[in-house]
Design a protein around this ligand. Structure first.
Ligand SMILES: Cc1cc2nc3c(=O)[nH]c(=O)nc-3n(C[C@H](O)[C@H](O)[C@H](O)COP(=O)(O)O)c2cc1C
Length: 201
């Protein structure tokens, strides 16, 4: 048993993440849902970049991107990823490691449709992570896809969501004199119970 109380209390790490995220929404200047998403390429070389966490489900974390991007290929090949979310205003972080799967098409369609028209067309126009001759070439591509798809573009087949189903979630909060609090939740499989361990800072 662990002596969890206060900000660490609760029996559901997804609910706990949502609680911390909603506190961060009140205190962060922008993008409280930004996560540093880590992948690994075919040679084992790590990679990391920011993306926006769009949903904390009952058993997973969802973000959206281009499937043909560097990260899209690395996620598909490895089937695993990690991310960290850090809030300077709260002095807290949440770390997640787990298995990757694509979000169902109908779920991705709903999210895509909720985005602004410019963002929807931008997703069509950008060959994310590929070389680009100039900003002008990108704008010409935006004009081309706008003419082709008009005001109601369908979700591009190369764009959608990924879900991380975690095997590990760590909640970290700053403590005085670097004596931080850390609680890691681990499970051997998604249908097995979480084991919670307090870690040394
Ligand atoms: C705060 C922030 C949020 C971002 N959100 C996303 C996102 O949700 N999806 C995405 O594909 N790229 C997002 N980006 C851009 C990525 O960091 C990255 O440049 C892009 O996805 C290409 O990465 P890749 O070449 O490793 O695939 C975001 C960047 C920042 C700084």
């Amino acid at each position: 048993m662990t002596d969890r109380s206060g900000i660490f209390a609760g029996d559901d790490p997804f609910a706990l993440t949502r609680r911390w995220l909603s506190e961060a929404e009140a205190s962060e200047p922008n993008d409280p849902n930004a996560i540093a998403l880590s992948t690994v390429d075919a040679a084992g070389m790590p990679n990391v970049r920011m993306v926006l966490l769009k949903d904390v489900e009952d058993d997973g974390f969802v973000f959206y991107t281009n499937f043909d991007s560097a990260k899209g290929k690395e996620l598909a090949a490895a089937g695993k990823a990690a991310f960290v979310m850090h809030w300077k205003s709260l002095r807290r972080q949440v770390r997640v490691r787990g298995e990757i799967a694509r979000v169902a098409d109908d779920v991705a369609d709903v999210y895509y449709a909720s985005r602004s028209l410019k963002s929807r067309l931008g997703a069509w126009a950008s060959r994310q992570s590929q070389p680009l001759a100039s900003r002008g070439a990108l704008m010409a591509e935006v004009a081309k896809v706008s003419a082709r798809h008009g005001a109601n573009p369908p979700r591009p087949p190369f764009w959608g969501g990924f879900r991380i189903t975690p095997s590990e979630i760590e909640f970290w909060a700053d403590g005085a004199f670097r004596l931080h609090d850390r609680f890691v939740w681990r499970r051997e499989a998604p249908d097995l119970p979480w084991k919670i361990t307090r870690l040394s800072p």
